[in-house]
Design a binder for this molecule. Structure first.
Ligand code: UN1
Length: 540
């Protein structure tokens, strides 16, 4: 359609022929199975992408290793300068790339652009890191000794090596990303990995190949201009087989995986069994807790965005809502008003007025349908959304009638939140919000923690005593613990990630970069003696 070709041609993605090479390792290629890119709002086939054959994957891994050998010796601030140029190139295409995210993933315009902004932001952060990543100098118990922890280049520095002290790179990073953030999550990984001096090979979700091609074109343009091997940021599109091969390859020193708990368990075991490094970002089953003293004019819109934004398809989406009994009726009536607002009609995600985009795929529809069926089987009270119509809109105009739109739903299950209730403990990647009422904060925190997942959580209160409990040892056990801030929409500055079955990984800001480098403890003896530690005497 002209709608799609306008978006694609703005990013130099040819619309004919429709079979696009989906592998980049310095050169574009692809002779594996075809991946189909489908617009989730209209069902239109956008392109067929030629994925990586086993031989091409093998070749790409070789190129990536070579690129690493080259890139690791470039001083980190110089790498930072290249990241800065990538930042500029992305910012110049912010709207165009944002539109492609909307077209191919299905998230609305402002969120598509926001994802590109997130990549831009993490590039800024990584440019700073490229000049600040450092280790520690530790006091030795032995005279004339010093211990350097961090990067053994400092060791060389002290021995008058001409190179600046920089963190030691880890090697090759494999990034396996999910459909819901087809640009930003790769950005988090790539920017930090480049600052660290690694080469990165990306296997995106098989359903968002065009976003990965567009990003790789922008990034590789910058690399080539700087005479840096393109395989510093390689791309291998493909399905399960490509993902498995990357995960199992000893040429991949670290695997950063975003996706489901089930696949994450397999990826984690597989990487661990060869003693590779693994970073997992898995399920989120995030709760918001609203206390009676909360400012509802802040809390209600935040829960609305958290549960309906991105059509409920963020890892950080608000899935559970625990309301204090005193404010529950008012909160729900205000939330229902927002759910019922005319602006929440399904629309083309490319249209800036649209607030409700489609689910991403048929598989995502099945997840929604199963969640609704399960709620109905458990005789839950459906407050808003899926009724007789099963949560589908029956009167959508063409071409949206072929899109995966569903009614955002609020349900109050009969079962009490707790570790044994599957309704409460399973993540469902769909716009379904589960509600329950509580009497005491302790009970709500117990419910918050009574799930396997531990990604994000949010408490709404004006009482500093509640805040203290919430962020303390008996508080939320999630990796993201917010106060008067929703569960989703984190900035890049803090480390992003979750505990428990979310996988314990940390990406983006904070200390996350420390996972992307190789740590060594170097003890250096400046003295003319060679004493043993702990006073051990080994003189014959
Ligand atoms: C994800 O859902 O996979 O905090 C990532 C957020 C975004 C990233 C979410 N910055 O919602």
């Amino acid at each position: 359609s002209s709608r799609a070709s306008a978006v694609l041609s703005a990013l130099d993605i040819p619309t004919t022929p429709t079979e696009l090479p989906g592998v980049y390792d310095g050169e574009w290629k692809g002779s594996g199975d075809l991946l189909q890119s489908v617009c989730p709002a209209t069902g239109e086939v956008l392109a067929d992408v030629k994925s990586a054959s086993p031989a091409e994957l093998h070749g790409a891994l070789e190129r990536t290793r070579e690129a690493y050998i080259y890139f690791r010796s470039i001083p980190a601030p110089r790498r930072g300068d290249i990241i800065r140029q990538i930042r500029e190139a992305l910012a110049a295409k912010r709207d165009e790339l944002g539109a492609l995210v909307s077209l191919e993933m299905g998230k609305i315009r402002t969120e598509g652009v926001g994802e590109v902004q997130e990549f831009v932001d993490i590039c800024d952060y990584a440019v700073g890191l490229s000049r600040t990543m450092n280790g520690r100098v530790i006091n030795s118990e032995r005279p004339g000794h010093t211990i350097l922890e961090g990067e053994s280049d400092r060791f060389r520095f002290i021995l008058a090596h001409p190179c600046c002290p920089v963190p030691n790179p880890l090697g090759v990073l494999g990034v396996l990303s999910a459909f819901n953030f087809p640009v930003a999550v790769y950005g988090w990984n790539l920017a930090i990995s480049m600052a660290a001096g690694n080469a990165t090979i990306w296997k995106p979700s098989p359903t968002t190949p065009l976003c990965s091609i567009a990003v790789t074109k922008i990034v590789s343009g910058v690399l080539e201009k700087n005479n840096v091997p393109g395989a510093v940021a390689g791309l291998v599109t493909g399905g399960k087989d490509v993902g498995e091969a990357l995960t199992q390859s000893r040429d991949v020193d670290m695997v950063s995986f975003t996706g489901s708990e089930n696949v994450g368990r397999i990826v984690g075991k597989s990487v661990q069994s060869r003693f590779g490094k693994v970073l997992l970002e898995l399920g989120g089953n995030n709760a918001a807790i609203v206390m009676p003293d909360a400012d509802l004019s802040l809390a209600v819109p935040a829960v609305f965005f958290g549960s309906v934004g991105t059509a409920g398809q963020r890892c950080t989406s608000t899935r559970r809502l625990y309301l204090h009994r005193a404010i529950a009726p008012e909160f729900l009536s205000r939330l229902r008003t927002l759910y019922a607002s005319p602006a929440l009609r399904p629309g083309d995600p490319l249209d800036p007025r649209t607030l409700l985009g489609p689910l991403h795929s048929r598989a995502a529809l099945d997840i929604f349908d199963n969640a609704i069926a399960e709620l109905k089987a458990a005789d839950a009270h459906i407050l808003v959304g899926a009724g007789q119509d099963g949560g589908r809109y029956e009167d959508l105009p063409a071409p949206l009638d072929r899109g995966h739109f569903v009614r955002p739903t609020i349900a109050a299950p009969r079962s009490k939140p707790g570790p044994t209730s599957a309704l409460w403990t399973t993540e469902r990647f769909a716009p379904v919000l589960y509600v329950a009422e509580f009497d005491e904060l302790e009970e709500a925190i117990e419910w918050n923690n009574a799930v396997p997942q531990g990604l994000s959580s949010s408490l709404w209160t004006r009482d500093v005593r509640h805040v203290g409990k919430w962020i303390g040892p008996a508080g939320s056990d999630a990796g993201i613990v917010n106060v008067n801030v929703g569960t989703s929409g984190a900035e890049i500055g803090a480390a992003f990630g979750g505990n428990k079955s979310t996988g314990w990984g940390r990406e983006s800001g904070g200390d996350a970069w420390k996972q992307y480098v190789r740590w060594s403890a170097c003890t250096i003896n400046f003295s003319d003696e060679a004493p043993l530690a702990q006073g051990v005497n080994f003189t014959p």
